[in-house]
Write a protein that binds this ligand. Structure first.
Ligand SMILES: Cc1cc2nc3c(=O)[nH]c(=O)nc-3n(C[C@H](O)[C@H](O)[C@H](O)COP(=O)(O)OP(=O)(O)OC[C@H]3O[C@@H](n4cnc5c(N)ncnc54)[C@H](O)[C@@H]3O)c2cc1C
Length: 199
């Protein structure tokens, strides 16, 4: 049983993992079991050439950035990188959520979905009723998001990045992933606001 599963291998999911991984020494984080399914196939950044992303040198290929950031995430050993495969179903349970892939099933108390804005997210069993039309897509482009209130889809289920109806700029997804991480830190800190800074 995980305390948290993060789903996705793009900027939103990785950013969420980096913030939580960096906060591992906080007392309330000590017993937290956190996993990420960093599936990257079809991710939007794979096709990008970045000249406008804060902190990233111009000319960086999105695909290389993802590879490097996933390596960086590995340095935070409190975040377990699980088999990188597509999730096919999400089901509510008494204790949280059950997430299925073609070969594995995971149980988790909280769940972050950062799986992009492809209309195919509506094909994931259990999400059908949560999917809405993406409101920040270019005219004539059909994209999807999960209906959410300040990134909370429903109890224990969060959306980040494009999935949360964020506009398609990497910096926005990075920020929304970090926002979900801060919300989780606060939740685990008994509702008292918290974030994580290193000095
Ligand atoms: C051609 C192109 C050029 C771009 N250029 C720029 C640019 O110059 N500057 C800029 O800032 N932004 C650019 N962007 C936008 C940028 O790529 C996105 O804003 C960013 O990637 C969104 O991050 P995300 O994590 O929300 O979604 P994504 O990067 O799409 O990540 C979603 C992740 O979820 C995974 N996933 C999907 N379905 C499942 C599933 N069923 N189970 C598990 N995982 C799943 C995917 O594999 C992917 O890893 C560009 C996008 C494109 C397409």
């Amino acid at each position: 049983m995980f305390d948290l599963l993060i789903i996705g291998g793009g900027p939103a999911a990785i950013s969420c993992g980096l913030v939580l991984g960096s906060a591992a020494e906080k007392p309330y984080m000590k017993d937290k079991k956190i996993g990420i399914i960093a599936y990257t196939k079809g991710g939007d950044l794979n096709a990008a050439l970045l000249n406008n992303l804060f902190g990233v040198p111009s000319g960086t290929k999105g695909k290389e950035l993802i590879k490097d950031e996933l390596e960086r995430l590995k340095t935070f050993t409190s975040i377990e990188q699980l088999t990188a495969e597509a999730i096919t179903a999400v089901a509510k349970t008494d204790k949280g959520y059950k997430v299925s892939t073609a070969t594995n099933t995971y149980e988790t108390a909280d769940l972050v979905l950062a799986i992009g804005h492809h209309p195919k997210i509506a094909d994931i069993k259990g999400l059908e009723d949560l999917v809405v039309e993406h409101s920040k897509s270019l005219p004539g482009v059909n994209k999807s998001a999960l209906k959410n209130n300040n990134l909370l889809v429903k109890d224990g289920l969060y959306a980040a990045g494009l999935t949360a109806d964020g506009a398609s700029q990497s910096a926005i997804s990075v920020g929304l992933g970090a926002d979900v991480a801060v919300q989780l830190l606060t939740k685990w800190n008994d509702g008292v606001f918290d974030h994580h800074h290193d000095k």
